[in-house]
Design a protein around this ligand. Sequence first.
Ligand code: NAP
Length: 515
Amino acid sequence: MYAVHQVRESGFSVVALEAAPSVGGVWYHNGYPGARVDVDSVEYCYFFSQELYSEWRWSERYAPQGELLAYLEFVADRFDLKRSIEFGARVTSATWDSDQSRYEVTTEDGRRFAASYLLMAVGNLSAPKPPDLPDLEAFRGQVYQTSSWPVGGQVDLTGKRVALFGTGSSGVQAVPAIAEVADQLYVFQRTPNFSVPAVNGPADVETWRSHAVDVGRVKRELQQTRLGRHVPTGTRSARDYSESERRELMERTWSAGGHAFGAMFPDQTTDPEVNSWVADFVRDKIRATVSDAVVAELLCPDDHPIGARRLCLDTGYYETFNRPNVSLVDVRTEPLTRFVPEGIQTEGGVYHVDAVVLALGFRAFGGALYDAGLVGVGGVSLAQWWESGPKTFLGIMSSPFPNLFVVAGAGSPSVLSNMTASIEQHVDWIVTCLTRMREQGMRVVSPREDAEERWVKEVDEAASALLRKDVTNYMVHVNADGSKHFMPYAGGFGRYVSICQDEADAGYPSLVLNS
Ligand code: NAP
């Protein structure tokens, strides 16, 4: 949406192709019970317009999905964006035509477009992972996916027996909300994740007011932070604290809620022993919260360092397991056999349910891009070019794909940063590049292959000290030979912004420009 606005403002013509019937992206599709952002709303929004920032009031610290969608509709109307968007247009192929120097784009319903430049703002966590559950089609009840939740409020789980699969951020948010209304909720857990309290509440009006004075200043400030937002971040090694000081800091951060818990000590992400202190603290919290000791132990993550998979934020997740209508089914100790018409069969018996909720995650980073059928120079597809992990320059461009720009994708801070800050920075960088090309009479741009290789190495190096690079999860690309590539750029948003800025200031030495 910001790209439509900026590209138009810069005097280019634009058409945006959107598969959904309206704006909102993930916030359109992920309307499951309990869905809300886990970044403070006053910073999870656009900073490009003083008026826009001042006109919109957030109600809660973490806005619920409905409010985020309302905000995005508001933005679309405020800047008259919909006149440039074709809805219900799912792109299935986009092929570079070297003779014409443009992409031939087709949609699922046969619409065709020719585009000099292609900006892919398709999201990293937007292509739902297909459910790979045995005999799911045999189940006679309702099946819902958090990532493609029916729009319009027609799902009512009140009084139903529900089974939920997947205990990442989506599942951890959905469980307490579904438990409130369901007759019975069975949570099928494969891998327990670490979750910390969100501590939701009213929006931080003081910060909003202070940000609203000068959004340009705040935007620049956010671009100097590691995460693209203001999060209290510790700079002293955990080893420099006494045990009681460390504990006190963890207690304080736990009580304040949010992702600050992942940034208390700089070495909690790199030093296994420090990490285990933090993990033990959370495991103790789980044991103190969940009254059934066996269930508590099953909920305690034991196979990965804390923060090695994205830290979940929750509102009453662990407490939910004290409810009489909620049961944990640990599929590691009670393996799933198959779905049957009346529910789910495990080695322990049959769970009779009316509905199944799948919170299985996404085909992260590549998924939505591959689905768009991108084909570059020499007929190479993006899926082929990225076979051994995403190969990009700055996460924005890939060498065999001239005039293609990816917004906030693999190779950029993306999911490690506040996505709204990343999106604005990327769109600004891309539009500046296009504008300068136009000024210089240039029409075709792609990164130099050596620059792309250097960037892939830099992305690897930025993650090299992190415990999380070796833990299999959606941020890690695993090759057939077992080698791993951590996909987002982990060097910090601030550092990344200055690398991008240096490239532009130096006149794009890493790009090949042609008329
Ligand atoms: P996810 O973190 O990838 O979690 C997927 C879950 O499904 C995991 O627990 C996984 O278990 C389980 N699973 C997958 N296939 C399974 C199978 N066949 N059988 C049993 N379990 C299976 O996905 P997500 O929860 O949708 O979250 C993805 C990301 O989206 C988050 O990290 C976050 O970046 C974003 N998100 C943000 C918010 C927010 O802002 N509040 C909310 C939701 C999501 P294994 O771990 O064993 O594979």
